[in-house]
Design a protein. Structure first.
Length: 444
């Protein structure tokens, strides 16, 4: 594209910039409200009027908390995005289809796109980015990760000249609320989940949250941005929090830790060169780590980079208004680009690093082992760790007799070696059960 100057662009956009909205649920309603309520201020920030010209919904006539003309709404989203005179299309309907087809059509017909669709970006972001590149239009998605927290733009732009080594995040408010409640009130998992549902932090069907699907999609996006390597949700190891017990919470407290559901994206050296991994799972993390203090339904992302060092981004990770704030920030950026006749950064996957599976990720384990209380047990248990070249950091015995338990914390090792050690322990005659296995992150 031969970008025109801002001066030449401004004459083209003395007319209003036309915006269409796909979806009018919790987030979409807030986006429409802010677009119309703050139209004058947003226009000043862009340098040209912004006009909401259409909203695609599933059903007409539904009661909505919006004072907008009825003829602004349509059920024909395909016709809306293909009308050819749109400058920006905002997609907040979610899911894979029809969102993918609608975004591709919007780009094909000349509109830039702002989306909050983490699932689609994590599954098939490459197709969207390529379509935006071919159309010479923007694809912005700040709202896809961690709600109102600005993390996409810092990774995509602010840290573009740095080398990011690790991204560690609490990126799902539902799971953080549940684990925080289990930690602070002593509730069991089911009680904490019911409380989250009563307060509106968890859906009636919480599967996407508590089984880690939501966080895994966000981890894929973060890893791709941080390491300039294409990462999809299929590359992200995922574990939910349904097996976290009150005993795990107590064990973490005894170690000076808390349990958090973490999205962990990191770069490491391998014999074949630099590689990356992305994983989502519950983990114990030291109370001294900044992420340990993230309470309730809040999100936070901790970034470690070579030059900038440690950075922390914190705030509300979901909800209509916070997510709409991120959407509107992207709308302003895209509208400014349209008026100036330029477009912003696209997909950056030039590093093209190998993406490791979970077995080659490096981590530590906290393992609770129910054992027979007799001589020689500790030596045999320690022998299993040695067999798989896993070094023990600490070990202690709790209880006696039928309640005897060994609690082992390992040094860092390949996840595959740690998993093989646990499987071997379960085969020992003197081991009644391996009652808890949890990864450990941060310095303890």
């Amino acid at each position: 594209m031969s970008a025109s100057s801002p001066e030449s662009g401004s004459s083209e956009f003395d007319r209003p910039l036309r915006v269409a909205l796909l979806g009018c649920g919790v987030v979409g309603t807030q986006v429409a409200r802010l677009l119309t309520r703050d139209a004058a201020e947003l226009s000043k920030r862009v340098g040209a009027p912004i006009e909401l010209v259409g909203i695609a919904v599933r059903r007409l006539g539904r009661e909505r908390d919006l004072d907008l003309p009825a003829d602004l709404f349509t059920t024909d989203a395909a016709a809306l995005v293909s009308r050819g005179d749109l400058d920006v299309v905002i997609e907040v309907i979610g899911g894979i289809e029809p969102a993918r087809d609608l975004i591709l059509s919007a780009l094909k017909h000349g509109a830039s796109v702002v989306t909050a669709n983490k699932a689609l970006l994590a599954e098939d972001g490459a197709t969207l980015h390529e379509a935006a590149h071919q159309a010479e239009r923007d694809l912005y998605f700040e709202a896809a990760v961690a709600g109102a927290i600005p993390i996409v733009r810092p990774l995509r732009e602010s840290l573009a000249g740095d080398s990011v080594e690790r991204v560690l995040g609490i990126v799902n408010g539902t799971t953080n609320f549940i684990l925080d409640a289990m930690t602070t009130t002593g509730q069991g998992f089911n009680e904490a989940l019911e409380e989250a549902q009563r307060l509106g932090y968890a859906e009636a069907d919480p599967t996407a949250d508590i089984e880690g699907f939501d966080a895994a999609a966000k981890a894929a996006i973060l890893a791709e941005l941080a390491f300039h390597t294409r990462v999809t949700i299929a590359d992200v190891h995922r574990e939910g929090i349904t097996d976290v017990t009150a005993a795990d919470i107590r064990s973490a407290a005894d170690m000076g830790c808390v349990v958090k559901q973490l999205a962990i994206c990191e770069k490491r050296d391998t014999p074949g060169g630099p590689a990356v991994s992305a994983r989502v799972h519950p983990a114990m993390i030291s109370r001294d780590h900044p992420l340990a203090s993230v309470r309730g339904a809040y999100n936070a992302v901790f970034v470690v980079s070579e030059a900038a060092g440690d950075l922390m981004f914190y705030g509300p990770g979901a909800g209509g208004a916070p997510t709409a704030s991120a959407v509107l920030g992207d709308v302003v950026s895209v509208a400014r680009n349209r008026r100036a006749g330029v477009f912003g950064p696209g997909e950056s996957t030039h590093a093209d690093l190998e993406v490791l599976d979970i077995g080659r990720a490096r981590t530590r384990y906290h393992i609770s082992i129910d054992v027979d209380d007799r001589a020689g047990v500790l030596a045999q248990v320690a022998g299993q760790f040695a067999e798989f070249d896993v070094s023990i950091r600490t070990v202690r015995q709790e209880g006696s007799g039928l309640d005897a338990q060994l609690v082992v914390v390992t040094h860092e090792a390949d996840d595959a070696a740690l998993a093989a050690t646990v499987a071997s322990l379960r085969g020992l005659d003197m081991v009644r059960d391996v009652s808890s296995v949890m990864r450990v992150e941060g310095g303890i």
